[in-house]
Design a protein around this ligand. Sequence first.
Ligand code: UN1
Length: 509
Amino acid sequence: MMKTQADLIARARGALAALGVSPDRFTPPGAGTLDARSPLTGAALFGVRGHPREQVEAEIAQAQEAFRQWRMTPAPVRGRLVKRLGELIAEHKQHLADLITIEVGKITSEALGEVQEMSDVCDLAVGLSRQLFGRTMPSERVGHRLQEVWHPLGVVGVISAFNFPVAVWSWNTAIALVCGDAVVWKPSELTPLCALGCTALLERAVVETGAPAGVHRVLLGGPEVGEQLVDSPMVPLISATGSTRMGRRVGPRVAARLGRSLLELGGNNAVVLTPSADLGQAIDAIVFAAAGTAGQRCTSLRRLIVHESIVEEVVARVSAAFDRLPAGDPFDRATLLGPLIHERAHTAMQAALSAARAQGGQVLCGGDRIETGMPGVWVRPALVRVPEQTGIVLEETFAPILYVLSYRDFEQALALHNGVTQGLSAGIFTRDLAEAERFLGPDGADTGIANVNVATSGAEIGGAFGGEKDTGGGREAGSDAWRAYLRRSTATINHSGAVQLAQGVHFSG
Ligand code: UN1
């Protein structure tokens, strides 16, 4: 049963009420600062009260005020806030997933997976709250101790994109909070309901654990709100996720005031498919990476670099799989293909396909709109054979288009792999150990994430997430990504009872 606008409004109301979002946040459509829409219908569900310009500075100032108190709270105590947040997220998994499906169009399994990613990062952050280790180094002076201490940084500005409307917020927020920072969040204007849902849960956890109220603020509005956050001298770190174009605007603005930025930008991710690969395994993984989330992940697979001996078979099998993918209502458990976010995404996809054709590419399957009985835009994932890696193949189009290139020898595959400006995620399918190791080595894949017999999307929370080159260089989530949210203080303690200068310098008369 396809959803009507009334069904979506009812479902959103139910989820928002269960999450504890106050109804006074909403207005009739068109009467708020922005409208919450669903890509299923394309129409506005509610108007949402956003933040006028004057209020933005006040919200950031409140966060700064809360930070002064929060930084003095011991880290393991701060961990209790994130622990409670994680419990509330787990309790409300389905409600958050419903909002993701309504606002982004993700299929239920992927929406639940995104919420699972929030729980996972909360667990990670709670553990970290007892492990923000600093090192102690041997001092060159007698009776001296040399050590580094990690301190809270300040207000962290988090800017997130529509495609992961809750997980990317949680990666930054869970870790920033245990690090003793306050967070001001500017979510995508396409996903205000998800933002209000997350904020309500965190506000509840704040009250229940006695954390300062201003430790998290949300700013709803358009790009001008994000710009105010980016330019605010009260915000020492901006963590921004989005397109490379957005990062090129944000990075220099933050740098101009000598702030720090953590950028997680566009990808143009490739899989190298070698003759020794287990094709059954590879094709299943490739289809999910290319068509999952309707090709709208930053980790989505966009280029397939296939050995010439297997390219015909691979193309036939991937086309058949694309053609079979069930498209339709993302709430229906059998659906694997949800809608694109909006008409503009469809226009961009068609423009990319035309450009590919104009440069000699052949659309082998897909690219056409699918009728589902709902007004949103569903498209069949496109497989496009391209003669060379130029023009449109070098660009990230946020839609399900998979370009196929063939290679003869492994060096050529690596050169093609690295021959784009983006550097987020990579995969190789091979049973040849030397190829696998080369791919992961210093002259292998030049991306922040590189996998063997695993495709490009669906990274786990435990590793550092992000990429190189035009992807911006930032790392979020696991490993030691927490260090970005702290300031390092190197301390020398002299307990020798005498002044001793380093480097053997004497300075007394
Ligand atoms: C994104 O698309 O911005 O690795 C994040 C993945 C997810 C996160 C994607 N865990 O595909």
